[in-house]
Design a protein around this ligand. Structure first.
Ligand SMILES: Cc1cc2nc3c(=O)[nH]c(=O)nc-3n(C[C@H](O)[C@H](O)[C@H](O)COP(=O)(O)OP(=O)(O)OC[C@H]3O[C@@H](n4cnc5c(N)ncnc54)[C@H](O)[C@@H]3O)c2cc1C
Length: 481
C-alpha cells in the first residue's frame, strides 16, 4: 500500500501522528508539501515567515530522506495539487494532521470530497494542539470563553488522558521520485515572489529541539520574571517552531514537566507559568474553532470607542507606528524589532497594540494585519485572540479598558533602557533617567547627548495622558448611547 503524507503545519518527523500512522500502515510513503499559490499571492504573510518555512522544509526533506521518504513539492491551488499528486503517485491513502483555521478547514473539506469522488480516502489526525476544541469544554459541553476556566479543565484533561509523544518513525523501504512535475530542490523565496533573508530564529526541527533544550536548562527556571524583560533571553522564542510544527507541543510540555521531576531543579511556579502560555495558545485555537467569526470581526460587541476615520492624520499615525517613529521609545523599539527580525517580545507586543488602539485610535484589525505580515510566528488564532484581548473586544473581558502607559511599562520592564538602545540607536547615548521619555530633555541635554527631539528622534505623535483621557471619554459616550 502507498501512503501520501501531506505536510502543512507539522514540518517535523518527531511526534508527527500522520507520518507515524502512514509509516505504520503503508509499504511505501511519499511526502508532499504544496506551496499555496493564492495564499502566497495574497500578501498576507511576509518574507520572514516564508523564509522560515522554506528553511524548515529543507530540514524536513533531509530528515525524511533519513527514514526513506521522499518529500515532493508542488505549487498551485492546493486542492488541485493534492488530488493531482495523489493520482500521479497512485496513492491508496492520504494522511494529514488537522489545521483549525477556517480557510484551511474549507480547503481540507474540498480535498476530502474530491477524493471520495475518486474512491480514495484520507486519514486525518490531531497534532497542532494537545487537545482539540471539543475535548476541553464547560460542564454543559459549551465552548469556554474565559482562559482561567479553560486552563482548569485543560489540566484535568491532561491528568486523565496523559497524552503521549510519538518517537521518530523507523526507516522504511525508500521511495523513488514518482512525479515528473516535482523536482528535488526547493524553490527559493525569490522564486515564490518574496525577499530572500536569513530568519532571525533558526528554522527547522533540529534547531527547535536545540533551543528547547537550552531553554529548559536555564531560562525556564526564571520564567515568571524573565518573560517580562524584553532585553533578556527570558522566554523560549519557540513561537515560530510551534507555528510551523517544527516542535510538537506535547513533546515540549512533557519535556518541561520532566524538569520538575529531574534533580529537583525545576522551579514549579516558573515551569507551570511557561506551560500556561502553551495553554493560552490552545485556548485561542479553541476560540477560533468554536467561534470562527472572530477571524472577520470582534468576538463580542463591546462598547469601545469608534476608531479614527481614514484621512491624512490616521495615515501619518499608522506610518509612524509601523516604522517605529512614534516618539515613544518602547513602542518604537518594539516595532523596529518586529521589522528587523520578524519577532517581538510579548510584553512589548501588548504595549504597541495598546498604543495603536487606545492612543492612536486606529482599528485593531489594521494592527492585526500588519503583525500577520511581519511576524515569523504569524498565526491567525494567536494573533487574532491577542489583538482582540488588547482591543477589549475578545475573550476574558474586564470592566473598563486595558490602556498601557508606555513610559511606565518601559521603566518597569526595561529599566536601564538596554532594549530601547538596541533597536533605537539614535537614543544610544541618552542617559537612563531620560531614555523612557526623551522628549522631556532640555535643549542643553539634547545637545549634550547629541539627540535633538524632532530632528534625530521624533516628537511624540500624541500626548499619552491626553490620548488616554480622550479614549476614556469616547468610551463613556459609547456606553451611554
Ligand atoms: C498583539 C499580539 C499579537 C500576537 N500574535 C501572535 C502570533 O501571531 N503568533 C504567536 O504565536 N503568538 C502571538 N502572540 C503571543 C505571544 O506574544 C507570542 O506567542 C510570544 O511572544 C512568543 O514568544 P516565545 O516563544 O518566547 O513565548 P514563550 O513565553 O516562551 O511561550 C511559549 C509558547 O506559548 C505560546 N504563547 C505564549 N504567549 C502566548 C499568547 N499570549 N497567546 C497565544 N500563545 C502564546 C507560543 O506558542 C510560545 O512560543 C501575540 C501577542 C500579542 C500581544
Amino acid at each position: 500500500m502507498r501512503g501520501l503524507v501531506w505536510f502543512r503545519r507539522d514540518l517535523r518527523v518527531h511526534d508527527n501522528p500522520a507520518l507515524s500512522a502512514a509509516v505504520e500502515e503503508c509499504d511505501e510513503v511519499v511526502g508532499l508539501f504544496v506551496f499555496d499559490e493564492p495564499l502566497l499571492r495574497s500578501g498576507i504573510f511576509g518574507s520572514a515567515c516564508v523564509n522560515f518555512m522554506l528553511g524548515s522544509l529543507e530540514h524536513l526533506a533531509s530528515s525524511l530522506a533519513g527514514i526513506g521518504i521522499l518529500l515532493q513539492w508542488r505549487r498551485g491551488e492546493p486542492v488541485e495539487e493534492v488530488i493531482r499528486e495523489a493520482h500521479d503517485c497512485k496513492a491508496d491513502l492520504i494522511y494529514w494532521n488537522r489545521d483549525y483555521e477556517p480557510r484551511a478547514k474549507h480547503r481540507d473539506r474540498q480535498v476530502q470530497q474530491q477524493m471520495a469522488g475518486m474512491g480514495m480516502s484520507a486519514r486525518t489526525f490531531k497534532d497542532h494542539v494537545v487537545f482539540e476544541a471539543e475535548e476541553v469544554r464547560g460542564v454543559t459541553g459549551e465552548p469556554l470563553q474565559r482562559y482561567s476556566a479553560y486552563r482548569t479543565r485543560w489540566w484535568v484533561k491532561w491528568q486523565t488522558v496523559k497524552p503521549v509523544a510519538l518517537p521518530v518513525p523507523k526507516p522504511i523501504k525508500p521511495t523513488r521520485p514518482l512525479s515528473s512535475q516535482c523536482m528535488s530542490t526547493l524553490p527559493s523565496a525569490n522564486d515564490l515572489g518574496y525577499d530572500v533573508l536569513t530568519p532571525w530564529i533558526e528554522p527547522g526541527e533540529h534547531q527547535a529541539l536545540k533551543r528547547l533544550r537550552s531553554f529548559l536548562n536555564g531560562p525556564i527556571h526564571r520564567y515568571s520574571d524573565g518573560r517580562n524583560l524584553p532585553a533578556s533571553d527570558g522566554s523560549s522564542r519557540l513561537s515560530p517552531h510551534f507555528r510551523f510544527g517544527t516542535l510538537s507541543p506535547r513533546m515540549a510540555i512533557h519535556a518541561a514537566l520532566r524538569t520538575l521531576a529531574e534533580n529537583g531543579r525545576g522551579s514549579r511556579v516558573d515551569v507551570l507559568a511557561w506551560v500556561d502560555e502553551l495553554i493560552w495558545r490552545e485556548f485561542f485555537q479553541q476560540v477560533l474553532t468554536a467561534f470562527p467569526q472572530v477571524a472577520e470581526g470582534p468576538f463580542r460587541n463591546a462598547a469601545i470607542p469608534r476608531s479614527r476615520r481614514p484621512g491624512p492624520e490616521r495615515y501619518r499615525f499608522f506610518q509612524a507606528w509601523c516604522s517605529g517613529h512614534t516618539g515613544y521609545p518602547i513602542v518604537d523599539a518594539g516595532m523596529r524589532q518586529l521589522n528587523q527580525t520578524g519577532w517581538m517580545h510579548n510584553r512589548v507586543r501588548m504595549v504597541v497594540a495598546s498604543f495603536l488602539i487606545k492612543d492612536l485610535r486606529i482599528d485593531w484589525q489594521s494592527g492585526e494585519r500588519y503583525f500577520m505580515h511581519q511576524l515569523l510566528d504569524a498565526d491567525v488564532a494567536a494573533n487574532n485572540g491577542n489583538w482582540q484581548w488588547c482591543a477589549s473586544t475578545g475573550t476574558d473581558a474586564m470592566r473598563g479598558y486595558r490602556i498601557f502607559n508606555p513610559a511606565l511599562q518601559s521603566k518597569k520592564f526595561d529599566p536601564d533602557g538596554t532594549y530601547i538602545r538596541l533597536y533605537v540607536p539614535e537614543l544610544a547615548s541618552v542617559p537612563v533617567n531620560r531614555i523612557h521619555e526623551p522628549h522631556l530633555m532640555s535643549p542643553e541635554e539634547q545637545d549634550r547627548y547629541a539627540c535633538h527631539i524632532g530632528v534625530d528622534y521624533p516628537t511624540p505623535v500624541v500626548d499619552h495622558r491626553q490620548a488616554r483621557q480622550e479614549y476614556l471619554n469616547l468610551g463613556k459616550q459609547q456606553v451611554r448611547r
